[in-house]
Design a binder for this molecule. Sequence first.
Ligand SMILES: [Zn+2]
Length: 296
Amino acid sequence: MPELPEVETVARGLERRALGRRIAKVEVSHASVIVGSAEEFANTVSGRVISALRRKGKALGLELRSEDGASTRFLLVRLGMTGQFVVRASAAPLENHTHVRLVLDDGRDEIRYRDVRRFGRLRCCTAEELDAVFATLGPDAPEIREEEFSAALRGRRGAIKSWLINQRVLAGLGNIYADEALYAARIHPLTQAGRLSSQAARKLLRSIKRVLARALNFGGTSFRDYLGADGEPGEFLEKLNVYQRTGERCRRCQAKIRRIVIAGRSSHFCPRCQPRPRRPALMHSPRVPTPHLVRD
Ligand SMILES: [Zn+2]
């Protein structure tokens, strides 16, 4: 699932390849990925120029100006689990699961929205509506300040892992980078968020920022579906230390990486580098009643 480094990679790719270009034509072949009427979406988006890009957490907003500059709309892109937003030559063969095509300029290139599982969404909205969506998200992870981060942790009894992937408190982290940041900071995923010492909280925030910046340098992580706007997969996969490395050796201490399920989401960690706290958070949330420990 694309997280902040992957969405930022898409934004940067679009900046290189699509910024300043006009969306000449819109073709929607699967209306369920569009929020609202697909016809209205196509009518509003076509004829506009991509004039800027905005991102917060995993949400991406393309600013679309009318050609006379009088009206601005935004195309809000949420990639969901398997969404791809890629600039391709229009002559390139159309991959299956391509649901929307934004044909650029004279028709030689187009942006294709492809999404196998169709959890992603495209929405055309006003600046106010985009701001309202962004306002539901916590601070963007690379931007959050130390005091803000520590204040948000205070009093939280849930597992730090669940806290980190809650977009309302911190925007941009999903399962991959939350696991990687906790490993880097040597914090067990079941540690109660509010019980982190101020030193541990500082270390965690530094680890989050470092992991995200590094992943961005490698163009993000591709398991199967994620691609940057150039159509290239990310190369961070082989750099991962714990995520999806269950049973493999810790690169620091050689212990076997473990996987546990916390509130329905898997967490990967090194049992030696990230010792279990004396008073861990509950592993389950009320909605997910049957947690289980998976041993290797
Ligand atoms: Zn280790």
